[in-house]
Structure formats: structure tokens, C-alpha cells
Design a protein around this ligand. Structure first.
Ligand code: UD1
Ligand code: UDP
Length: 384
């Protein structure tokens, strides 16, 4: 009997981090022929994750271009990925999340009537333009998917509200927690030379920002707010691993580069970044994945957005939405840095997003779909 083929496709850093545990589980299963396609919508950011998790790559579409636009990116993914699907005819295509790679690869699969499994399905803000274009990408992907791997009950409820059948949905937990736990455990005793110059007597503020809707004026306001915070708290040091997109650097560098307590650095590989998060006093970000990781490490997160598709840590009280205005970011950060009680209330470790077994549940649900196992997995439920 020929083994069924499961193909995973991804293109950006967070997709790779979150798909890695699933690819590892599938690749270890002798009943499944696992194939991996990278669109390389990101290049350097993606390659370091592939190396870290030692992921097999069967096709590299190498599509990234500097300052790529959404139409160009989408066209390149569709035209380069479709022939591979046609050639390999997988029994299931796995996509992750809400990037252009996710949405366009799913549409390519639909055109060839290949079933799609969507990892991290059902996240919603209910504002089509926020985050942009991710909210639309994930909604379209949900329409195209046959299997929905929802990280939480909230995500499952969103999918049910939209009419997706209950037996197409599995609550798995988020695979980012699998990746984080694996990475922290493997690198527990490692020394990271990239941090040799970081002061050990200062409270560390870790910052990342990249979202399209924050390009330009919102990002300028954020950078001004960081400067204000550093000036107000001389015992703090800011570390900003900057996204390689020149659109981010052009705004941030003129405001922060000359500050003696700001380190504007290259993006970090995932292992050192996890180490840095674990050392942080406070995380300020517009990232999706970091909203899931930092609470699990007990780090308060100020999310520089007006909405989030990840409400669970908001409810748990470890994440706060602060928008993108200078005064609001500065004042909320000041409250936490200046008031130990406010800080303590936000810095408890919570794990609403996963228990490290999301990839195992995803793998089991895939086996069930392929007719390799009779049982569906027991769903993820966070500890109260
Ligand atoms: C993309 C995703 C976003 C995701 C983010 C994760 C889309 C539309 N956006 O946004 O959902 O949250 O990735 O980081 O799918 N660049 C490099 N090297 C790299 C990566 C990027 O130089 O390794 C530069 C290039 O100039 C590139 C630009 O960054 O054109 C933007 O990359 P792109 O993938 O289009 O958008 P992101 O903002 O990274
Ligand atoms: N990350 C990393 N190095 C960095 C910054 C972030 O490895 O310098 C990781 C982070 O831990 C998380 C992921 O990249 O797992 C988030 O990526 P990003 O913020 O680019 O995308 P998003 O999650 O917003 O889609």
C-alpha cells in the first residue's frame, strides 16, 4: 500500500517556528510520506528556524524580494507553488496561520482539489483591516480548509459561529508552546555570545514591531514612547531586535539609535530570542507569537495594537492592549516599571495557549483524517 502524502508549506519565521513541531511529528511517522515546501516569503528569518529545528526541505520557492508588495508576493506564491502541488498531489496540504503564504497556498490547493489542514485556525479580531492583511488571510483560509486545528476553545467557537462543522475542528493548543518548551529545554545551559555586552544591572525592555498597519506614523509614536520610557527610568535598557524590513528601520533608527541605553540589533535566532525573553522585565510588541510565548514565561506584555486575536492572556491579566500612541505606551509602561504591585499582578506565568502537546494532537487528528487511526485525539484544555 502506498503511504499517504502530507505536504507542509510555510514561508515566514513564525510559520516555521509553529510548524516545526508538527513537521517533526509527521516526519517521525513511518506511515506518512512527509513533504516540506518553503515559499521563503522570508529568507534569513526563515532559514535560521529551518536550521534550528533541523527541518527537511524538499522544495524552496525562494520568492522573497526586498520591499515586496502584497500583489507581487501573492502572484509569486501562486505561480511557483501550483506546479509543485500538481507534481506531488499530496493527500493533505498543511498551512499555518494567516500570512500570504498561508492564504495563497490554500487557494492553490483548492484549485487542484487538495484537502487543506489549517494549523492555528479560528483566530479573529472581527476587524477586517486589523491586523492587515492577516484577518482576511485567515478567514479565506478557513473557507478553504477541511481540517481546522484550533489552538483554543475561543478559536473553535469562532469557527463554529462561521458554520464550520464540529467534526472538522480539533482544539490542539498552540504549537508555539511546543516549540518554546523544546527550545528552552535544549538551550538551558547555553551561553549566548550575542548578549555579552548587555548590562546585567539594568531592567531589560524587549521590543519588537513589524505589522503593516503600524508602518509609518504609529511606529514613529512607538519609538518616541520607548525613548520617553528610557529617559524616565535610568535603570532600564531597551533591546530591539529589528525586523529586516527597511520600512521598520527607517523610522526607528533616527529616533533611538543614538540612545546609550537602546540596543537596536539584528533579528535574533529563535534560541537566543527565547533566552532574552526569559531575562526581560517587560515586553512591548505588536507580534502575534510573542503574545503567546511571553505569558508562558511569566513576562508582562504590552501589545502595541488596538485589537488582538489572542484574548486569552488579556483575560488572564498578563497582556494589555496599549495601542500605538506615544503617551499611552509611555504611561502604561511607566505604571508597570514604577509600581511593584502593578508589575507583580501582571507577571504571573499562565499557559492559556498550550501544554507542549499541540503537535501530537495535530498529528493524531491527521492520522484519523487519513484513515490511519480510529481515534481522534483528546482536545487541549488549559489548566484552570
Ligand atoms: C510577514 C507576514 C505577517 C507576519 C510576519 C512575521 C504577510 C503579508 N505578512 O510580514 O503576517 O506576521 O511576516 O514576521 O504575509 N525581509 C528581509 N528578510 C527576511 C524577511 C523579510 O529582508 O528574512 C524584508 C524584505 O524586504 C521583505 C520585507 O521584509 O520584502 C517584508 O516581508 P513580508 O513577508 O512581505 O512582510 P512581513 O512584514 O515580514
Ligand atoms: N522571534 C525571534 N527572533 C526575534 C524576534 C522574534 O525568533 O528577533 C520569534 C518570536 O519568539 C516568535 C516569532 O519570532 O516566535 C514571532 O515572529 P513575528 O513577530 O515576526 O511574527 P508574528 O508572530 O507577529 O506573526
Amino acid at each position: 500500500m502506498t503511504r499517504p502524502t502530507v505536504m507542509a508549506v510555510f514561508g515566514t519565521r513564525p510559520e516555521a517556528i509553529k510548524m516545526a513541531p508538527v513537521v517533526q511529528a509527521l516526519a517521525a511517522d513511518p506511515d506518512i510520506n512527509t513533504r516540506v515546501v518553503i515559499t521563503a516569503q522570508h529568507r534569513q528569518l526563515l532559514d535560521q528556524v529551518i536550521d534550528l529545528f533541523r527541518l527537511p526541505v524538499h522544495h524552496d520557492l525562494d520568492i522573497m524580494q526586498q520591499r515586496q508588495t502584497l500583489p507581487e508576493l501573492s502572484a509569486r506564491i501562486m505561480t511557483r507553488f501550483s506546479p509543485i502541488l500538481m507534481e506531488e498531489k499530496p493527500d493533505l496540504l498543511l498551512v499555518h496561520g494567516d500570512t500570504s503564504t498561508t492564504c495563497i497556498a490554500s487557494l492553490a490547493a483548492f484549485y487542484q482539489q487538495v484537502a487543506v489542514g489549517h494549523v492555528e485556525a479560528g483566530l479573529r479580531t472581527d476587524d477586517l483591516y486589523n491586523p492587515f492583511p492577516e484577518e482576511m488571510n485567515r478567514r479565506v483560509t478557513s473557507q478553504l480548509a477541511r481540517l481546522h486545528f484550533a489552538p483554543t476553545e475561543t478559536a473553535k467557537a469562532a469557527l463554529l459561529r462561521e458554520g464550520h462543522p464540529l467534526d472538522h475542528i480539533t482544539v490542539t493548543g498552540n504549537t508555539v508552546i511546543d516549540a518554546l518548551l523544546q527550545t528552552v529545554a535544549t538551550n538551558k545551559t547555553k551561553q549566548f555570545p550575542e548578549f555579552a555586552d548587555l548590562p546585567t544591572d539594568k531592567r531589560l525592555l524587549i521590543v519588537t514591531a513589524h505589522r503593516r498597519e503600524n508602518w509609518g506614523e504609529p511606529m514613529r509614536q512607538m519609538a518616541e514612547a520607548f525613548r520617553d520610557i528610557l529617559d524616565r527610568f535610568p535603570d532600564t535598557h531597551l533591546v530591539f531586535p529589528m525586523h529586516p524590513n527597511p520600512v521598520v528601520r527607517e523610522v526607528v533608527e533616527p529616533i533611538l539609535a543614538d540612545h546609550p541605553r537602546a540596543s537596536l540589533i539584528q533579528p535574533l535566532d529563535y534560541a537566543p530570542f527565547c533566552h532574552l525573553m526569559a531575562r526581560a522585565t517587560l515586553v512591548l510588541t505588536d507580534s502575534g507569537g510573542i503574545q503567546e510565548e511571553a505569558p508562558s514565561l511569566g513576562k508582562p506584555v504590552l501589545v502595541m495594537r488596538t485589537t488582538t486575536e489572542r484574548p486569552e492572556a488579556l483575560y488572564a491579566g498578563t497582556v494589555t492592549l496599549v495601542g500605538t500612541e506615544r503617551a499611552t505606551i509611555r504611561d502604561k509602561a511607566s505604571e508597570l516599571l514604577g509600581d511593584p504591585a502593578a508589575y507583580a499582578a501582571m507577571s504571573k506565568a499562565v499557559n492559556p495557549y498550550g501544554d507542549g502537546k499541540a503537535a501530537m494532537r495535530t498529528h493524531q487528528a491527521i492520522r484519523h483524517f487519513l484513515g490511519l487511526s480510529a481515534e481522534r485525539p483528546a482536545e487541549f484544555a488549559p489548566l484552570a
